[in-house]
Ligand binder design. Structure first.
Ligand SMILES: C[S@@+](CC[C@H](N)C(=O)[O-])C[C@H]1O[C@@H](n2cnc3c(N)ncnc32)[C@H](O)[C@@H]1O
Length: 297
């Protein structure tokens, strides 16, 4: 029975990977969120929840209740809109910077931002919408702004932001897409100031729609050779939690804390049918999504 189940999911998972390769070749990278930007209120809920979750983990990690004030923040892989950047500015950060390889924000309608401003106006303790509007307009017109959105196809973060300029790094469901985690973290170490903090959520699951619910560890069933044949650039890189920790420590980060956000059900054997590269328990295959906090030396 287990043999049949594994063979079934191996075949189906491979089919979905191949389909997403064809779709990506035809359409390019699209829909970074699990829903479309036209669903503005859902996107706004998502952006606010992402920031609130980062901040609650960071607060536990640093014991600092005002960890944003005056900070220069860098987000990697911001996706489809500047909701996160505007919310961070509204909460008191000094400057929001973001870097992406895909220019996903060009089709975000102004109506999205108007709905976001209406939502922020109903919340307490935030900076005025007038100032936020000015920052957004300045950014859209290419003038100096506290919102700094950079698209670089080479993902050269040091060239984009310079040395020792950032106090904090944030990211949501993006690190698993990066081609070279070691190179990205090495560059982060250059752009961050000493004592900078990092809080990132990494989605470790399969990303194909049907598969990520039915067989979340689907992508770990394949050998490197088969996976590399089926995957597109930007597909999950299959890095496991211990590898993020090692890369951070290698490049000068300390007190690395990894917290599972989503785990496989206790009753499921999280190693059944996986490729041998993932069978060692250090891979923590029951972790489907993690939050990583770290501090730069
Ligand atoms: C799933 S989206 C997440 C976007 C946003 N953080 C969110 O939670 O909605 C992944 C992000 O990583 C970026 N990305 C994809 N492939 C990448 C690559 N190879 N290098 C750098 N960024 C990449 C995408 O452009 C996108 O912004």
């Amino acid at each position: 029975m287990m043999l049949f189940r594994n063979a079934f999911f191996y075949t189906v998972g491979a089919g979905f990977l191949a389909l997403s390769k064809i779709k990506n070749n035809l359409q390019g990278y699209s829909t970074p969120k699990p829903f479309n930007i036209s669903e503005a209120e859902r996107c706004i809920d998502y952006d606010l929840q992402v920031v609130d979750l980062w901040l609650s983990h960071l607060q536990q990690y640093t014991q600092d209740t005002n960890s944003l004030f005056g900070k220069n923040i860098l987000e990697l892989g911001p996706g489809s809109d500047l909701g996160i950047g505007l919310y961070l500015l509204a909460k008191g950060c000094a400057q929001y910077n973001a870097c992406d390889v895909n220019e996903l924000m060009k089709s975000t309608p102004d109506s999205f931002y108007e709905k976001l401003f209406a939502r922020l106006a109903r919340m307490e303790g935030l900076i005025s919408n007038d100032w936020l509007r000015q920052q957004l307009q300045a950014m859209q017109q290419g003038s100096t702004s506290q919102l700094n959105y950079v698209v670089r196809h080479d993902f050269d973060i040091v060239a984009a932001f310079g040395e020792a300029s950032m106090d904090m790094v944030v990211s949501q469901a993006a690190f698993e897409h990066f081609d070279d985690i070691d190179a990205t973290i090495r560059q982060l170490s250059v752009v961050c100031k000493p004592e900078a903090t990092l809080v990132i959520e990494v989605d470790l699951k399969a990303h194909s729609r049907w598969v990520h619910d039915k067989d979340p560890n689907s992508i770990y069933r394949y050998s490197n050779a088969v996976y590399n044949l089926l995957r597109v650039s930007g597909a999950p890189n299959r890095m496991r939690p211990y590898q993020y920790k090692e890369a951070l420590e290698r490049h000068g980060w300390t007190d690395v804390m990894i917290t599972p956000i989503k785990k496989l059900d206790g009753g499921v054997d999280s190693y059944a049918g996986l490729d041998q590269a993932f069978l060692d328990r250090k891979n923590q295959m029951d972790y489907l999504s993690i939050m990583i906090c770290a501090r730069k030396r």
